[in-house]
Design a protein around this ligand. Structure first.
Ligand SMILES: [Zn+2]
Length: 566
């Protein structure tokens, strides 16, 4: 390699240069300055957050000829040797590939041969990957460590490190960096390195870096070397729109654009999954999204339109092919097939039946026609049975069954279950946006503002509801099932408060359960996929059901919440 990568060039040389890990820095500097460094540390945290770098700085300062305040001088022979990687005092072992007991025995043997007056630092990366026998050997050494030996065990997964080992270490946790801090860092590095990049490039690098300084600088370098930001964001918007619109052609066009622009299918798919996952998180837990807040809001709006269930489905399906992509002779085809499955109406990405997609497409067309008819029909605010004005929400409770075009005696109190409706032409049973109450507010429009503003669990809960009907001051939402509706009831006070905050006036919000999953006509349920599993995602009592995050993790074997780039 001709020039060292940005990350290597700008790797922190002193504790004070380490970004975003102040608590770790303080603990280590204080310990070193007072000569009370520990003999075994466990550094845990996502990759690229400075674990190994910190271990090297620790090794430097412990052997530095002229340390100052717990910092290495970075000028003496010892410091320079550590930086060059030629020091005999620092030993790094990647436990992922050297995980056998003989590797550990070898290391322990070396550790016991101390050089007087020197500190030997053993850095064991990915220590959770050790075999049980190797762990046992390490444990024995940690119980009686040779003098002047410091073990730094690094791991991205501290839960997998045996308790007996953990308990013999000082555990320091490294954190992902907040986007704004990473952006500042990237900006500084770009300027110092004389890179010709703009703010869009910085933002893209931060987004791709996912909270890791190393990954951010790698992304920045790539962007700079390819002459600026690629149209990643654009193509994802296009892809998401294609998912929302269920438009396979649009999806394939977006892929073609991206591939023509030089994106490899696999990184493209990975980045798209990341994008979707961020979208999912922006609905469920916005604080976890590693993006500037303005971008999170835009992402949430997009994710809202696609819907949590469709998001999860897309993440799962694309997650499946990510594994296959490693060995696929033509990865692009796999990506395209997955996208076609995901965009084909109502196939759910699961069928290979030739007829099913056609049938689904037909159903979607019928649905469109139905909703157009419903919109054009402008149901009158009169009771068709009496010809008199229908008052309030309750009077129109039967609107779902009753339409202006098929007058019937006024309205039973609850919609009758009509299983055959699904097979009927959709037009007569279109639920229809009821006519807005004369000269009054548009509660639907207000709800569109209120819903994204909901916080916490209320947000996903209500995201899964649909507007059943509105009247002058009441909006009735329908939940996928009774349990979901009951759960929503608990948050009605929150919703009312948010409503007042957002719109400046009050509204009555009611939540009812869908009678049966099949009861409403196709047109009443434009996104049937929506009621699949959302309440499972949010309703489960802690512990008994996997959390949304756990489900995501499950969808990607071996994954963690951290962005991972090769
Ligand atoms: Zn030094």
């Amino acid at each position: 390699m001709a020039t060292p990568s940005l990350y290597r060039r700008y790797r922190p040389r002193r504790f004070s240069e380490l970004r975003g890990q102040e608590h770790v820095v303080k603990a280590l500097r204080d310990a070193v300055a007072s000569g009370r460094e520990g003999q075994a540390y466990l550094f845990s945290g996502p990759r690229g957050t400075g674990k190994t770098t910190s271990a090297r700085i620790l090794a430097k300062v412990l052997n530095c000829a002229r340390p100052v305040d717990g910092e290495p001088c970075c000028e003496c022979e010892s410091c320079l040797a550590v930086e060059r990687g030629t020091s005999y005092d620092v030993h790094e072992l990647d436990a992922a590939s050297n995980n056998k007991v003989e590797h550990m025995r070898d290391l322990i043997e070396k550790a016991s041969l101390g050089t007087p007056g020197r500190h030997k630092v053993y850095i064991l990366d990915e220590v959770h990957m050790l075999t049980p026998a190797a762990e046992a050997a390490l444990l024995k050494t940690l119980e009686e460590p040779p003098p002047h030996v410091v073990f730094v065990l690094a791991t991205t997964d501290p839960q997998k490190v045996r308790d007996t080992i953990r308990s013999r270490t000082q555990h320091l946790r490294f954190h992902l960096l907040p986007p704004d801090e990473l952006a500042a860092h990237a900006r500084w590095v770009a300027q110092d390195a004389g890179l010709d990049v703009d703010e869009a490039a910085i933002a893209a690098a931060v987004a791709q870096g996912g909270g890791s300084a190393r990954d951010t600088l790698s992304a920045l370098e790539l962007i700079a070397s390819t002459g600026g930001v690629t149209d990643d964001a654009l193509s994802f918007d296009e892809l998401v729109e294609a998912l929302i619109e269920r438009d396979p052609g649009r999806a394939l066009t977006a892929v073609a654009h991206a591939v023509n622009a030089g994106h490899e299918p696999r990184p493209l798919a990975e980045a798209f999954v990341r994008h979707l996952r961020n979208g999912f998180l922006s609905l469920m837990a916005p604080e976890l999204v590693q993006l500037p807040s303005a971008q999170v809001d835009a992402l949430a709006a997009q994710a809202q339109r696609l819907g949590p269930a469709a998001l999860v489905r897309a993440i799962e399906r694309l997650g499946e092919i990510l594994v296959e992509l490693r060995h696929a002779p033509d990865p692009r085809v796999l990506v395209e097939v997955a996208l076609v499955q995901l965009t084909s109406p109502a196939t759910g990405g699961a069928t290979t039946d030739d007829v099913a997609p056609l049938a689904a497409r037909l159903a979607a067309l019928e649905q469109t026609v139905a909703s157009l008819q419903a919109a054009g029909a402008t149901p009158r605010p009169v009771d068709p049975a009496t010809g008199r004005a229908a008052l309030g929400g309750r009077a129109r409770r039967a609107a779902g069954n009753d339409t202006a075009s098929t007058p019937r005696p006024a309205a039973p109190a609850a919609p009758a279950a009509t299983p055959p409706a699904a097979a009927e032409p959709p037009a007569p049973s279109a639920p229809a946006p009821p006519a807005p109450p004369p000269a009054s507010r548009d509660l639907r429009a207000e709800w569109d503002q209120v819903r994204p503003a909901l916080r916490g669990i209320a947000k996903p809960l209500f995201a899964a509801t649909e507007v059943e009907r509105v009247s002058s001051d009441t909006i009735v939402l329908v939940a996928p099932n009774a349990a979901h509706a009951a759960k929503c009831q608990e948050f009605l006070a929150d919703v009312r408060t948010t409503w007042r905050t957002v719109t400046g006036h009050d509204a009555t919000v009611e939540v009812i359960a869908r009678e049966t999953p099949a009861a409403p006509s196709p047109a009443a349920d434009p996104e049937p996929i929506e009621d699949i599993d959302l309440d499972e995602l949010v309703d489960a009592p802690p512990g008994s059901m996997p959390s949304a995050i756990e489900r995501l993790a499950e969808a990607f074997p071996g994954s963690q919440l951290i962005e991972r780039r090769d």
